[in-house]
Write a new protein. Structure first.
Length: 97
């Protein structure tokens, strides 16, 4: 049981780190400091943001809990899809400093 909880905490920590890294990547991309991102990743990211912000969802956001699950799944898919670009960016950022 304790091991399962530690795994869950580790996964949550990694997810939060990936979201922070994604934010830094977007910021550096916007400023023109980092451009080594695949076109497919850009498209997936933009589509995920549009889906997340769109009032039209697979499951309406007015349905408690279920309405937010599809948004969360889209964001998780996006992070998973961007994993290679996030790792590349992490290495670039570490080598830079």
């Amino acid at each position: 049981m304790l091991r399962n909880n530690l795994v869950k905490i580790g996964l949550l920590r990694r997810l939060l780190e990936d979201f922070r890294l994604l934010g830094a990547l977007v910021k550096d991309y916007w400023k023109g400091e980092y451009r080594d991102v695949s076109l497919a990743s850009i498209v997936v990211f933009v589509l995920a943001i549009f889906y997340f912000l769109s009032p039209i969802d697979l499951l309406s956001d007015f349905i408690p809990i279920l309405g937010q699950i599809d948004d969360a799944l889209i964001l998780l898919f996006c992070i998973h899809f961007l994993e290679k670009d996030l790792q590349k960016y992490r290495r670039w950022k570490q080598d830079r400093f």
